[in-house]
Design a protein around this ligand. Structure first.
Ligand code: IVH
Length: 386
């Protein structure tokens, strides 16, 4: 007596990905459904480890086995397919055009300044308007493409370009190819039912150089800088082509959330992190002008060593209530400011000066230069009209 029926232990796909799977025919429907869910969870987890945390836990081969198994199950059981399955990151059927969509809230732009004096004026203004010692959050200003992403019940619903701020273009299938962009939020129970976030898509400097090299070899016009490259790729109609390029994303604002906003920006960014939305690692909370200047100086100094382009810092009032108080003006919030870096300078050799004849007969001297890379832009001519 007493022979116990022992269920085979459930394989831990996340931490011990199997080297072999049972035949699909041997699985019942319920088992298949359960396995599909566990595979998706494992793959989402490893995508996050790889793309967001930069610390992969399993080999590429082990990851590929999980991915292939999921593909096979979805192939065998079409009704288990899902638009937020990791298998949808490889791109979809080409589109005829990008649909226009309305944003959950207006996507404002930032007022940009170059001088330190204007930072002091901004700080004065904030103090005077709020009657308070303001607390700021400092972030890099990413030189990429601004996007809106909407999550519903913790699942990716849609993503769009900024467009005119009110409406943009639906680039959902292209965004889904970005490994660091979660298709399902982590700890979704803590996420609002409706969540519209704003972030920046960019391509790293190395990938950009590689991409341009390839374009030149194929007799295509190279992109002028990483931002143009990211914008060009993101608006393509063939998401399978988009999937070939290592785009990345960073999130920095809540556009709209059901259940209302959090008290501070800092809190929101902490929640982003918890939900698996990548945030910048260069973040500082401060009240002092001096540390704003230090932050700006340090990032400007490190700029060329960073893996992707930034062109300044963004100073944001941390407190949501203060933000409300400050309001917006000319489609820019009065609670934030972009402090740009000085334009880049490079040294090159003047090869010749030619005189260009304009359409109306105006003569302009033009310098022909030894081509030089200025922050991702190749410069080989400069007009000398001034
Ligand atoms: S906050 C208006 N934070 O800079 C408040 N924007 O016009 C929402 N940008 O296209 C924007 N880095 O996409 C914010 N850390 C950052 C940013 C950032 C880059 C972009 C933004 C916009 C442009 C300013």
């Amino acid at each position: 007596s007493g022979e116990q029926h022992i269920m085979p232990p459930k394989h831990d796909f996340k931490h011990e990905p199997p080297s072999q799977f049972d035949d699909i025919d041997q699985l019942g429907k319920a088992e298949a459904r359960e396995q599909v869910e566990r595979l998706r969870e494992a793959i989402d987890y490893h995508d996050h480890r790889y793309y967001v945390e930069n610390s992969p836990e399993i080999s590429d081969a082990a990851y590929d086995r999980l991915f292939r198994r999921l593909e096979e199950l979805e192939e065998a059981y079409p009704d288990l397919r899902s638009p937020t399955s990791p298998t949808r990151r490889v791109g979809a059927e080409p589109l005829d055009e990008l649909a226009r969509v309305e944003h959950a809230a207006t996507m404002l732009s930032l007022k940009a300044v170059l001088d330190e004096q204007e930072i002091e004026d901004f700080d004065q203004f904030v103090k005077q308007q709020t009657g308070d010692e303001p607390r700021y959050v400092l972030e890099p200003k990413f030189d990429g493409v601004s996007i809106e992403v909407i999550y519903e019940s913790g699942r990716f619903h849609r993503g769009a370009t900024r467009g005119d701020g009110g409406t943009g273009e639906d680039i959902s299938e292209n965004l889904k190819t970005i490994g660091s962009l979660p298709l399902r939020l982590r700890e979704p129970d803590s996420a609002p039912e409706f969540l519209a976030v704003r972030g920046e898509v960019y391509i790293g400097k190395d990938a950009f150089q590689q991409m341009n090299q390839q374009r030149i070899e194929q007799n295509e016009e190279p992109y002028a800088n990483p931002r143009n490259a990211a914008a060009g790729i993101l608006r393509r109609l063939e998401s399978r082509e988009v999937a070939r390029w290592p785009l990345d994303v960073v999130f920095y604002d809540v556009l709209k959330a059901s259940g209302g906003a959090r008290e501070t920006h800092q809190e929101e960014l902490e929640l982003f992190q918890k939900w698996g939305l990548k945030i910048t690692e260069h973040l500082k909370r401060t009240s002092s002008l001096r540390s704003i200047k230090r932050f700006h100086g340090k990032l400007e100094e490190d700029r060329d060593k960073l893996p992707s382009e930034i062109d300044g810092i963004v100073i944001k009032v941390d407190d949501r209530e203060r933000r409300e108080q400050l309001g917006t003006r000319d489609r820019s919030p009065r609670w934030a400011l972009a402090w740009k870096f000085a334009p880049r300078k490079e040294v090159t050799t003047l090869q010749r000066i030619i005189v260009q004849v304009g359409r109306t007969g105006i003569l302009t001297p033009v310098a022909l230069l030894q081509p030089v890379d200025v922050g991702g832009v190749t410069v080989s001519r400069a007009t000398l009209h001034n």
